[in-house]
Write a protein that binds this ligand. Structure first.
Ligand code: XMP
Length: 508
């Protein structure tokens, strides 16, 4: 299989680069800049992309690489820091002082290999302070901006290419074309990768790695852990046991559905535990969001551990971690936004040797594609994401069984109305939130003093940024009428019209 290596120097968009290459039907993987040259040589890559990164190449502490990388005869594309590193290692010069950020007008040399077929003027996304002030011998400058004398350069004889801007970001208007040219025309790929290759390869690798040893999976019923579990089931069959912890904070009827699907349809070993009483006890009086999240994460692990102990020693623990979870939980250099419940919080007392995270490099829509490949029912594949801490982060203030019951009803009504309007596939995530606010209303002839439910619906492709969904007023009106009429103790419904950022999708 053709492969492109994305060599990671700590930039923000590394997985995005790999994903853009995969969108071109060429398999791509991200590996750290510490990967030995020998391994890169042996892996048979058709091309190498050097990513951006927060460092300055001329500083002693900068991430660097063996310059023999450029003599392998494999085409290399340096992006941002990667471009500067290529310059620095090959005898050119990088200096501070030409800051550019955002969309910048760039003129391209249309005779260059990388920009062949493109127009002279375009817009590219820049994010740098250092700039290439002198190119290495053998290179020619192939793009410029007003601030940046070397917005791109190349040495076609040596098969080396560099761009100061970020072609992987949508704001670079012709970025996809540039990556396509690199992968196909320069690296000579034919495009042999589809999602089925990921599925087959992952099942094969899991089989190789796990053999007939025992695997344990924490199943949430969401797309991620379900796809992970089914991949594992395909690889090791009955050696996989799934534990489904019902913390009492699931959506209406969700627990039942998960059991039917996994036990019924897939015949997967499933241990299902109703731990709601225990969770509610721990959540009594707790109102602070991170504290709630921590309690939920911690308690989940304790229940999971107790069940796992009954099973005895297992060799592997499966997690359905996907790429956005990894960055949003502040692994590596990214800032902590929320403690995601399925990353980082690992059971200390479960007897296992290793973690397997088969979806760690994928974005959500890629996970869904994998689910379709695995012949999962569409209702499951397109099920909207549901956070590990469940309704616990959708009830502002203290979580009680009564509030959960109320929110389950309101949420079910909103979901029904969205589906009835045929919007369920268009909107990425939509749910109800129980605010901690009560207000005055009038019902019949009497005064009410009851809760406000907020409706939240967003469209997004990667859940890292999101826009509020422009749901027709009529649909919102129907949902609102039904909620105030059918759900006791709710007398007001509001719609959340904030984007992410600055808001997050969940309210806590
Ligand atoms: P936010 O609220 O951070 O949510 O904009 C982004 C996406 O992540 C989901 N989410 C979680 N998923 N465990 C999960 O598995 C969590 O702790 C968690 N918190 C948020 C959220 O529903 C949205 O899809």
């Amino acid at each position: 299989m053709e492969k492109i290596l994305v060599l990671d120097f700590g930039g923000q968009y590394n997985q995005l680069i790999a994903r853009r290459v995969r969108e071109n039907h060429v398999y791509s993987e991200v590996r750290p800049y510490t990967t030995p040259l020998e391994e890169i040589k042996a892996a048979g890559y058709k091309g190498i992309i050097l990513t951006g990164g927060p460092h300055s190449v001329y500083k002693e502490t900068a991430y660097t690489y063996d310059k023999a990388l450029f003599q392998l005869g494999i085409p290399v594309l340096g992006i941002c820091y990667g471009a500067q590193l290529m310059t620095h290692l090959l005898g050119g010069q990088v200096e501070p002082g030409a800051r550019e950020y955002g969309e910048v007008a760039v003129s391209l040399d249309t005779q260059s290999q990388l920009f062949s077929g493109l127009d002279y003027g375009t817009i590219c996304w820049m994010s740098h302070t250092d700039y290439i002030s002198r190119i290495p011998a053998g290179f020619k400058i192939t793009a410029k901006s007003e601030t940046c004398p070397v917005a791109a350069m190349e040495n076609p004889t040596a098969r080396l290419y560099a761009v100061q801007f970020h072609p992987e970001v949508m704001h670079t208007r012709k970025g996809m074309e540039m990556l396509h040219t690199f992968v196909y025309d320069i690296c000579g790929c034919k495009g042999d990768w589809v999602m089925s290759s990921f599925v087959d390869r992952t099942i094969y690798q899991l089989k190789e790695k796990i053999g007939d040893r025992k695997v344990l999976c924490a199943l949430s019923g969401g797309v991620d852990s379900s796809v992970a579990a089914i991949l594992l089931h395909k690889a090791v069959g009955d050696n996989l046991t799934c534990i489904f912890v019902d913390h009492g904070l699931l959506r209406k009827d969700e627990g039942k559905q998960v059991e039917e699907l996994f036990r019924g349809q897939y015949d997967i070993n499933l241990v299902s535990v109703d731990a709601s009483a225990r969770f509610f006890e721990k959540l009594k009086g707790v109102t602070e969001p991170e504290k709630k999240r921590n309690i939920l994460g911690e308690e989940f692990i304790r229940v999971f551990e107790a069940e796992a102990k009954k099973i005895g020693k297992v060799d592997f623990l499966v997690q359905g971690t996907i790429y956005p979870d990894v960055i949003e939980s502040g692994v590596g250099d990214a800032a902590l936004i929320k403690s995601h419940h399925n990353v980082g919080g690992l059971p200390d007392h479960v007897d296992f040797e290793e973690i397997v995270e088969p979806l760690r490099d994928l974005f959500k829509d890629e996970v869904r594609q994998a689910g379709l490949e695995l012949k999962m029912p569409e209702s499951m594949v397109y099920r909207q994401p549901f956070p590990g801490p469940g309704l616990g982060v959708r009830i502002i203030g203290e979580v009680t069984p009564e509030k959960v019951a109320l929110l389950q009803e309101a949420d079910a009504i909103f979901r029904q109305e969205v589906a009835k309007a045929g919007l369920d596939r268009e909107i990425s995530q939509y749910f109800a939130v129980l605010t901690d606010m009560r207000s005055v209303g009038v019902m019949g002839d009497g005064r009410t003093y009851d809760y406000t439910v907020a409706l939240r619906a967003v469209t997004t492709s990667d859940f890292m940024t999101a826009d509020w969904a422009k749901i027709p007023h009529e649909v919102l009106g129907n949902a609102s009428n039904r909620i105030v009429n059918e759900v006791e103790h709710v007398n007001r419904v509001v719609y959340d019209i904030t984007q992410k950022p600055p808001a997050t999708i969940e309210w806590e």
